[in-house]
Design a protein around this ligand. Sequence first.
Ligand SMILES: [Zn+2]
Length: 191
Amino acid sequence: MKTPLLVSLPPTFAQYLETATKRCRYEYRQAPAINHAEVHFDLAQVRYWMQLWEKQPIATGFPKWRRYTPERFENLAKMGILRVFTCDHALQMVEKCDDYIYCHPPLYDKQNQLAKAMWFALIRWACGKANWLDLGGGGQPKRWSDLNRDSHYKWLYVSKTVAAQPWRVQVCPCGWRELISEPHPCSRCAR
Ligand SMILES: [Zn+2]
């Protein structure tokens, strides 16, 4: 497993909650009720939320879309890979390829505390539709602190079994870094 943020989905959301941590279940109960719905791709709508996202500072400055543009998302939608979800004040896009769903972050006005509700609604939708839900942030992130257990909000959504494992950063002589729970050969050079 390259990233603990790749969630193994059970068939139902109730089963997901059973495997979730205590804190996760608490946060689920606290999350506001939202009108979460899948919608058709709308270029203007996606552009609006992507631009809003870049105007709102996070801990490390302003977030930036690097490899993604509204037009790239539009192409993914035309290919049938992209799925778009909204509630009244947020939008989230995911890429679904068969058994695997890659999640982009929910885009929302930071004045609304909607992110958790959007994540839970997405996970509810995804249960039974795929086995793997990639919360994003795995692989080889720019800043390793992106995956730090204390600083990364996405740990909330992993199962208690995964959360309890002694994750640490393994640095290979080839320069590859990955988060592992037990020693294993480097994923890049296999040393
Ligand atoms: Zn290596």
